[in-house]
Write a protein that binds this ligand. Structure first.
Ligand SMILES: Nc1nc2c(ncn2[C@@H]2O[C@H](COP(=O)(O)OP(=O)(O)OP(=O)(O)O)[C@@H](O)[C@H]2O)c(=O)[nH]1
Ligand SMILES: [Mg+2]
Length: 257
């Protein structure tokens, strides 16, 4: 754990500018207060990058951007679709405001938010390795992105006190093989979807939510299980199997918000 703090501070020290990469589906949950405080303390410029914006509606994105812009310049990108990456490159050059020598860009954020993918998006090539399993980038890596930009890719970091399993499941920090309670996580996903975008949940699983009792997230999970034909003996829904599917789909970006 002490290593984590050392690594973050070391990257902040080396970098001319920092990117905090957050997941556009949960910008607040994936912002790291520790990291932001240390960046502020260093007085170095930083940009908040709302990545995975392909998974979020434009309206929600604009709201998040307006809110976060009060903290730091904020851009949204989809490194998957290479959307906004040119804009980010310009923003880096603009905010760093340096001439004459290479710009070192430190890339920090929670595990699995897409730090390495954002770097690849800006570099225009797959130079940093990525994976749907979090904890993929180990150790600090330098990536040349051309036109005087060099990235410092880092392993994802989580604030010390944050070991809530539900959050780790939602954010994809732990995959279904490492979660102790995938059903609990699936229920959280269902709750989040129902409060923010029920229609997207319905169309992902080809179900209609709204019948009696279907305000209850467990009932919705059963409905989805039945639709997927995940049944046990006597026609009972296999809730674990359904939960694992939901969590996997969510983590792989198959459910839009
Ligand atoms: N839908 C979508 N998925 C993305 C996007 N960017 C990254 N991903 C996916 O998110 C997962 C994590 O991406 P990485 O770039 O490895 O994330 P990271 O932050 O470097 O992860 P660690 O190094 O493990 O901390 C991969 O499955 C990517 O394909 C995006 O813009 N949209
Ligand atoms: Mg990485």
């Amino acid at each position: 754990m002490a290593n984590y703090r050392m690594m973050v501070n070391d990257v902040i020290k080396k970098a001319d500018i920092l990117l905090e990469v957050v997941d556009a589906r949960f910008p607040d949950e994936t912002r790291n207060g520790d990291v932001e405080r240390n960046i502020k303390y260093s007085k170095k410029p930083f940009i908040i990058v709302l990545n995975k914006c392909d998974l979020v509606s434009k309206e929600t994105l604009e709201k998040a951007k307006a809110r976060l812009s009060k903290i730091a310049p904020t851009v949204f990108v989809s490194s998957k679709n290479r959307f906004g990456t040119t804009m980010l490159r310009h923003k880096i050059l603009e905010v760093a405001n340096m001439r004459g020598h290479d710009i070192q860009v430190g890339c920090l954020g929670y595990p699995n938010t897409g730090k390495s993918s954002v770097i690849n998006g800006v570099a225009g090539k797959n130079k940093a390795s990525t994976s749907s399993i979090s904890g993929y980038t180990r150790g600090v890596q330098l990536v040349n992105a051309g036109s005087h930009i060099q990235f410092i890719d880092t392993p994802g970091v989580i604030p010390f006190d944050d070991n809530d399993e539900y959050k780790q499941g939602l954010l994809g920090v732990k995959d279904t093989t490492h979660l102790q309670d995938p059903i609990g996580v699936a229920l959280k996903i269902i709750e989040k979807m129902c409060s923010e975008n029920k229609t997207a949940l319905e169309s992902s699983y080809n179900v209609t939510i709204g019948g009696e009792n279907e305000e209850d997230s467990y009932e919705i999970l059963e409905l989805i299980g039945r639709q997927c034909n995940f049944l046990k003996k006597k026609g009972k829904v296999d809730d674990s199997r359904t939960a694992i599917k939901i969590v996997n789909d969510w983590q792989k970006g198959k459910i839009l918000l």
